[in-house]
Design a protein around this ligand. Structure first.
Ligand SMILES: O=C(O)COP(=O)(O)O
Ligand SMILES: [Mg+2]
Length: 221
């Protein structure tokens, strides 16, 4: 494998975070006197960060409250989620093996997520994944975030990218658009949290299981 740089999305791509996001969202919806939402519905709401997730949850259960109340709920949601980041969230099958293989092959790896940085950092530590990544950037690391090219470019810079081959691996339109906006190819996973199937979102390659990633990258270089 030639020297390669790989940027991974987090939620829905390398870690199945939906169960804990679901738990935190329902905690906040109960606080707001709303109905709770089922897991399948919540899976499709993930992708634009925790704040947008809460916004979407409230919109789906009666609408957004006035802004002061909304900010209180955001704070409460963040506090609860911080304490339950890795209760049930686990790496998808094949992820650890692939990261080991890439590391042994000398690939430089990073994480580019729209999740707030403090959650991303703690979650990767909890799951023993932080060791694989040269840099992690969150939805609040820069002035912009995915799908803006600046989030990918900032992540590449933080990884010390030298201009060689780079790939983005993601599950949503934000990942695919961000990669393309930054001029790098995107490999989409088909099992993630997007409502629209990824084949309709224009990725360069699609994998259905993480164990397809190493052979694919070996093949395309
Ligand atoms: O938490 C989110 O909404 C998005 O996170 P992701 O960018 O890692 O998919
Ligand atoms: Mg994602």
């Amino acid at each position: 494998m030639q020297e390669i740089t790989i940027i991974f999305d987090l939620d829905g791509t390398i870690v199945d975070t939906a169960p804990d996001l679901h738990g935190a969202l329902n905690h906040s919806l109960r606080r707001a006197g709303r109905d709770i939402i089922d897991l399948e519905h919540v899976r499709h709401m993930v992708g634009r960060g925790a704040r947008v997730l809460l916004e979407r949850g409230l919109e789906a259960t009666g609408g957004l409250p006035e802004s002061e109340r909304f900010e209180e709920l955001v704070e409460d949601f963040f506090t609860y989620y911080q304490e339950h980041l890795s209760d049930q969230s686990r790496p998808f099958e094949g992820v650890v093996e692939a990261l080991e293989t890439f590391r042994d092959a000398g690939a430089v790896m990073g994480v580019c997520t729209n999740k707030p940085m403090r959650f991303a950092k703690d979650l990767l530590i909890d799951l023993n994944l932080a060791q694989y990544f040269k840099a992690t950037t969150g939805g609040d690391s820069f002035k912009v975030r995915k799908p803006d090219a600046g989030h990918i470019i900032g992540t590449l810079e933080a990884m010390g990218h030298n201009g060689g081959r780079a790939y983005m691996i993601g599950d949503s339109i934000s990942d695919i658009d961000a990669a393309h906006n930054a001029g790098i190819p995107c490999i989409a996973v088909s099992y993630g949290y997007t409502e629209t199937p990824v084949h309709k979102l224009g990725p360069d390659y699609i994998i259905d299981h993480f164990n397809e990633l190493v052979p694919l990258i070996r093949q395309i270089g």
